[in-house]
Design a protein around this ligand. Sequence first.
Ligand code: SF4
Length: 207
Amino acid sequence: MSRELEILDSEIRTCTKCELHKNRKNAVPGEGPADAKIMFVGEGPGQNEDEQGRPFVGAAGKLLTELLELIGLKRSDVFITNIVKCRPPNNRAPRKPEIQACNPYLKEQIRLIKPKIVCALGTPAIGTLLGEDHSATKVHGKPASKGSVTILPMYHPAAALYDASLREVLRSDFGILKKLLDNTTSHETSTKKSEAGVSRETLEKWV
Ligand code: SF4
């Protein structure tokens, strides 16, 4: 982890900016390489994540790992985080003021890591990254360009634990992720990699 990400990680772990800090055992900043090309953004930590201080460690995390392996990636290749870093009580959906209070951390993670592709998992994450009128049902699998970042909306893996038909949808959307990644990689080898990455100004427009 880079020094800047480490500092951000510490800030998140001691944050009291919204009500969610009151019931947490651990804040869950996220984990993965500081230069990950792919970032996954979920809704918020659940019970297992709250206990361990790590993202996606329960059944949904296992499914995410399996989906990554399907396209030849390891969990350790990608950065995984959430729109809120502390567990909402009883796993309720995060509320708007909580998402807004936590959003600067997500913005800063994207600015520091400079991912090429950000996968928004589930409607709350999709709404945060693309606007409230976007839902997983309507836009899953449809990439959207935002500056130098591609946002790929997907269903949350937890949804596929309850509705088995969504597993096939997720597999198909991971196929799209693989194609996007391949395109990014071939583009990088044929052109000089931009040093600038994602500017703060660009992010302000869409996160
Ligand atoms: S959810 Fe985010 S803003 Fe709220 S206390 Fe946790 S880290 Fe801070």
